[in-house]
Design a protein around this ligand. Structure first.
Ligand code: SF4
Length: 749
């Protein structure tokens, strides 16, 4: 049965200009084919200018130089040597960022959904027509239901521009899945402990550490540039690496200790480590006395949680738990228990992050060399615009205080608020989506599908025809980061610094920058006072002038460092340091949490185990891809075109699986992966789990290289355990089994 908003799989229209390229065999569609077609394969292109930018292949934001040749095309990207995020070196994905620019599958023109004879399709439209349609729809919905009924889902810089538009219109319903689906719990867990979250880049002083503990954190596969470089240097200097992971990850292979923990038991290990540090008096006594509160309560609470207790839960030998705790104790304070990044696993994730924070506090590493430094950002004034109108309700009202510690909007709560039922009419009626591919990001596909059917309007702004565009009423093609001016980067770091992103070439096809789209919509909605500039360069120039520099200077430098930190990098006068908690101290025992009805100290709870014949689905990252974002990038597909499922040899033998054999994965609720994935038999995974890299298994044919390649983990995540504190969606409680015969699904050869 056709639904109101039918997913548009293939559009005969909207693909203008692709025909010539699509005749190339997928096998030859690598970087070289693209280079050849675009005339980029000259041995020595004549570089006529280099333009400063920062990378958007992931959100580490490494500053770079884009080399532009005499035909006006970007031909090369190199890291900016003055940039603390990358130290002059881009990761493979960053270098391959040029593939985003020349990917012939890019969105090229605005598209509008139409009902045709053969069902729904897109037709190409002019910008004028598409923007008028979007503005009229938004106005109609805002007039009828209030501006708050419009929500924005976003990731990256276009979200900032559309966020400005939405706030000017009167809505604060803005959500980034990176909060509830990724790192929100660690921010909240650290805030309850230290009074501040972790942020990005994490202020981990890895370059000077003597011991780095990674618990479910995959530096090396999670290729956050500066961090990887610092870890590599730390290893060369002889730092001890301890990796806790059910999988022998790249980081585990570089580690002195690998702890192949039974999944879902990490809090038990963390409590046992805390137990050893306290009972063996390995913690930093001066630090704990000066800066923490609640130590006595923690000490008495932790007594029963010995390594022997944890052994029965985690399957880790007590001796290994003791040895690794002693390594941490002897390296302290130059030791880091990394807060992790993607931490939404089992629903008690904020409490697990708090256990990590408490462990760090006992090691006395907060504000200490080789531990966590005090990060600071160069203050950058916002371009002056009038105050935003105050929304009459926001995402907080939608959640009804269900997630009392959520500091940012919870994407799933906004999705739930978009679904209509008799007893609970939908409050959200329209979505703007920018730079985030919700179908491959949000678990519980059925809920998302319901929301797609119930909302009255959906606009997508993206560079690529990601699956989300198939649900849109209007698709607006954004130009890539190399083709646009954009916000100044002023992320906190050791040194105060800024980086600029300036357009290195004219936008290809009929694509436009996110700031331009936001402004054009703003003008159509009568919000011109919020967009008093014509070009974003004026905003950048004004901001730079406020901090004593200019576009001219930044064109030469790309990155500028500043003197004048307000806080020291390390706690030089520790006696005076005040934490931003209610007590002014690090809260080992949280009275705040207790008063809210939650555990004041983290507690281990059992999580569901895989049923017979099923294995826990663990997913992660590969160094050459950023989620689903890069799965079609011609350069990066050359490095890795599909994912495989890691299977322990014992399990493979049980199932008679062979290396390289394609299988479908079926989850505990009977959902079978759209596409098959290759079996990789390896001792590097525990027998109770399987592992795949996230971001593959695209089912939109417009992504010609990514279509049908590998299994999509998100579609197999039909159960989530929601974090009661901040609404994070724990996604590691799903189990899969193997389907070896084709269950009637399409296979892409
Ligand atoms: S880590 Fe790599 S992909 Fe991410 S911003 Fe830096 S160079 Fe780009």
């Amino acid at each position: 049965m056709k639904t109101r908003r039918e997913f548009i799989k293939i559009s005969a229209l909207g693909l203008g200009g692709v025909a010539a390229l699509s005749s190339i065999s997928p096998l030859t569609r690598g970087a070289s084919a693209i280079e050849k077609l675009l005339g980029l394969n000259r041995n020595k292109p004549r570089i006529v200018k280099r333009v400063p930018s920062y990378c958007e292949v992931c959100f580490w934001k490494c500053a770079l130089w884009a080399d532009v040749d005499d035909s006006g095309r970007v031909v090369n990207l190199t890291g900016n040597a003055d940039d603390p995020h990358c130290n002059g070196r881009l990761c493979p994905r960053g270098t391959g960022g040029i593939g985003m620019l020349y990917d012939e599958d890019r969105l090229k023109k605005p598209l509008i959904r139409v009902n045709g004879e053969n069902g729904q399709t897109f037709r190409e439209a002019s910008w004028e027509e598409a923007l008028d349609l979007v503005a009229n729809k938004l106005k109609e919905i805002a007039d009828k239901y209030g501006p708050e009924s419009i929500a924005l889902f976003n990731h990256g810089s276009p979200g900032h521009h559309l966020g400005h538009l939405l706030k000017a219109l009167g809505s604060d319903n803005i959500a980034a899945p990176s909060y509830a689906q990724c790192r929100g719990p660690r921010e909240v867990g650290f805030e309850f402990t230290f009074g501040t979250g972790v942020g990005s880049p994490e202020p981990t002083d890895i370059r000077d550490t003597r011991c780095l503990v990674l618990i479910g954190s995959h530096i090396g596969e999670n290729m956050h540039n500066g961090q990887v470089q610092e870890m590599s240097d730390a290893i060369d200097r002889g730092a001890t690496i301890i990796t806790v992971d059910p999988r022998f990850s790249t980081a585990a292979s570089k580690s002195k200790y690998w702890l192949p923990i039974k999944p879902a038991t990490d809090i038990a290990l963390l409590l046992a480590w805390i137990n050893v540090l306290i009972t063996e008096e390995l913690y930093d006594k001066d630090f704990v006395e000066k800066y923490t509160t609640g130590f006595d309560k923690l000490k008495s609470y932790i007594r029963p949680f010995t390594p022997e207790w944890a052994y029965g839960i985690t399957t880790l030998e007590p001796d290994l738990i003791r040895k690794t705790a002693r390594e941490m104790g002897s390296a302290a304070p130059a030791v880091i228990v990394h807060p992790g990044r993607h931490v939404t696993w089992y629903g008690d994730d904020t409490q697990r992050a708090r256990a990590v924070a408490i462990l760090n506090a006992l090691l006395g590493n907060w504000g200490r060399r080789g531990g966590f430094y005090f990060k600071e950002a160069k203050p950058l004034p916002e371009y002056p615009t009038p105050e935003y109108p105050k929304p009459s309700w926001s995402w907080k009202d939608v959640t009804n205080d269900k997630y009392p510690a959520a500091r940012l909007s919870v994407s799933n709560a906004l999705i739930d608020a978009s679904i209509h039922s008799e007893d609970k009419p939908a409050r959200i009626k329209a979505w703007l989506v920018a730079g985030t591919n919700l179908p491959l990001t949000i678990p519980q596909k059925d809920t998302l599908e319901k929301a797609f059917q119930d909302i009255e309007f959906l606009m997508v702004l993206d560079t690529m025809p990601m699956e989300i565009t198939g649900y849109a009423d209007v698709v607006l093609p954004e130009c890539t980061y190399l083709e646009r001016d954009d916000d100044i980067r002023n992320e906190p770091h050791r040194e105060l610094n800024i980086a600029v992103r300036l357009a290195a070439m004219e936008p290809m096809y009929d694509t436009k920058p996110g700031w331009w789209v936001a402004r054009e919509l703003g003008l159509r909605l009568g919000l011109e006072k919020y967009f008093p500039w014509k070009e974003y360069r004026e905003v950048i120039e004004w901001q730079l002038s406020q901090i004593g520099t200019s576009v001219d200077e930044m064109q030469r430098l790309g990155v500028k460092k500043f003197e004048g930190r307000k806080t020291p990098l390390y706690a030089e006068t520790p006696e005076d340091y005040q934490f931003k908690t209610p007590s002014g101290k690090i809260e080992l025992y949280s009275e705040q949490l207790e008063s809210m009805g939650f555990d004041a100290i983290p507690r281990f709870t059992q999580h569901p185990e895989p049923p017979e014949g099923y294995y826990r689905l663990i997913y992660g990252r590969a160094p050459m891809h950023t989620f689903s974002r890069t799965a079609n990038n011609p350069y990066l597909v050359d490095l890795m075109k599909e994912n495989s499922v890691w299977v322990n040899p014992r399990v493979a033998a049980l199932w008679g699986l062979k290396n390289g054999q394609y299988v479908w994965l079926k989850n505990q609720d009977g959902v079978v992966s759209h596409f098959p994935t290759k079996v990789r038999i390896t001792e590097r995974i525990r027998w109770d789990s399987v592992y795949i890299v996230h971001g593959f298994g695209h089912h939109d044919k417009k992504l010609s290289r990514a279509y049908g390649r590998g299994a999509n983990d998100t579609e197999l995540i039909t159960r989530v355990s929601v974090d009661p504190l901040m609404g994070g969606t724990g996604m590691r409680g799903n189990f899969v089994t193997f389907v070896t015969e084709n269950p009637g699904k399409e296979v892409v050869s």
